[in-house]
Design a protein around this ligand. Structure first.
Ligand code: SF4
Ligand code: SF4
Length: 109
């Protein structure tokens, strides 16, 4: 899957943080298929932060306590722009045939 295309994941600041005072222990965050969380001592813990898919916020959307937050998207966009990660992702997807080559925004219009 073309997410970072070789850019080191550990240099990308993107992972959930739990506000324990807000957490109602609903368990919804445990549905994360990346095993970012573990249930330890009757509450969720972020144990594998770098397994979080960069840009994903699914667990925060499902969280019944509004207890999960992420770093600012603005900083993530800046990093992607500075390191030309968007370009690398697009190139990779084109090479895999996932998007047509030569198309620009809005189908090249
Ligand atoms: S944002 Fe997505 S990948 Fe990251 S921990 Fe939440 S559900 Fe898992
Ligand atoms: S989804 Fe939110 S409220 Fe529910 S257990 Fe996880 S952090 Fe706590």
């Amino acid at each position: 899957m073309a997410w970072l295309v070789g850019y080191p994941r550990d240099k990308v600041n993107w992972h959930p943080a739990i506000n324990e005072e807000k957490c109602v222990k609903c368990g919804m965050c445990m549905n994360c298929g990346r095993k970012v969380y573990e249930w330890i001592e009757q509450k969720p813990k972020v144990v594998r932060p770098n397994e979080c898919v960069v840009g994903c916020t699914t667990c925060a959307n499902l969280c019944q306590g509004s207890a999960i937050t992420f770093p600012r998207l603005k900083e993530l966009r800046k990093l992607y722009e500075e390191h030309k990660i968007w370009d690398a992702v697009k190139k990779d997807l084109m090479e895999k045939g996932a998007i047509p080559s030569g198309s620009g925004c809005c189908g090249g219009v």
